[in-house]
Design a protein around this ligand. Sequence first.
Ligand code: LLP
Length: 422
Amino acid sequence: MDHFLYRDGALYAEDVPVAEIAAAVGTPFYVYSTATLKRHFSLFDEALGWADHLVCFAMKSLSNQAVIKLLGDAGAGMDVVSGGEYMRAKAAGVPGDRIVFSGVGKTADEMRLAIEGGIRQFNVESEPEMIMLDRVAQSLGAVVPITVRVNPDVDAKTHAKIATGKSENKFGIPISRAREVYAMAGTMPGLKVIGIDVHIGSQLTELAPFEAAYRKVAELTEQLRADGHEIKRLDLGGGLGIPYARSNEAPPLPTDYGALIQRTVGHLGCEIEIEPGRLISGNAGLMVSKVIYVKSGEDRDFLILDGAMNDLIRPAMYDAWHDIIPVKEPAPGAAPAKYDIVGPVCESGDTFAKGREMPAVQADDLVAFRSAGAYGAVMASEYNSRPLIPEVLVDKDQFAVIRARPTYEEMIARDTLPMWLE
Ligand code: LLP
């Protein structure tokens, strides 16, 4: 469910006409709904109501300060994967004891930053990383809480580029070696083992892979406890998928997911942490773009938009589908047109959709890409020297630019000439 609906013939973001934002901000831009973000966070929060828990928003999906602040104020923790995300979480006022540090390649500098600033736990992904973290912690006179991310070797049944839980993936340590690695952690004076971490992939549309992974985690919990470790927290990762096409069958809901967690690991009495990104932010955002030209090709029509792959890379990178709808509501019964929908970047890969049926539109019309809140703005670039796409937040009838589009001058001024070229 989201808060982008047609009303009086026009698409609204909550109570603001999308066209009004376009007139003020220019296109393309992202717009997020406060109500949707909050609602999706609370769905997870309520789904885990049976346990002591923390829902840590995966900031990699959408890391604008305003979004972090509003989720943090609602009680969310943050899952960060870099020093930059850690600093963003802190800058938005999220306390260190609600920040979890994940990621396969944390550097000593990033570890130091988080230990000094306060951290809930590190999710350690390898032995060399564990050795480094122990060294950094000891050098600061700290004992840091850790979980070890185990790779349960289950097939997440998602796009290969976003599956992480198979043994061929770079993530975590093989679950078969977990006891050994925990034994090693137990000897390190700078580390305090507190739990287990697992994350098997993103955009999962079935519960079965989660179930397989969580059962393995439950078994491991008992083994590690028998080995003398204190396992009191389970970080079960993110990954629950969203419906990208309105016509698709809806994936399982957070409630079903919460019930599954209770069924598989509830008996262990652990504190539960999850790291959802996409399900909180995905359907909370649109990318809005303008049609520059409608071009008739030999055997097809092209819709050439002012948004491009540098603004939303998911179709080029993951063959992702995003529903694309006109901002002006189509008349009932209007005949659909068929387009290849592309951006102006000089690459064939700059294609959002091929042979897409949608209501006919014309030059200067606005279109909205649905489900673009997650992994949209955060993956945007300035390729082809297209100034970084701005972001807007709506809350009921108000909207605000939460990241402005740089001017050409600002974009160019980030480069500096070496003295010998001046
Ligand atoms: N936790 C960890 C350790 C992760 O690696 C990820 C996502 C998440 C949580 C959040 O997963 P989510 O709930 O959002 O599925 N750029 C890709 C997605 C990459 C996901 C990477 N890891 C896309 O646009 O589909």
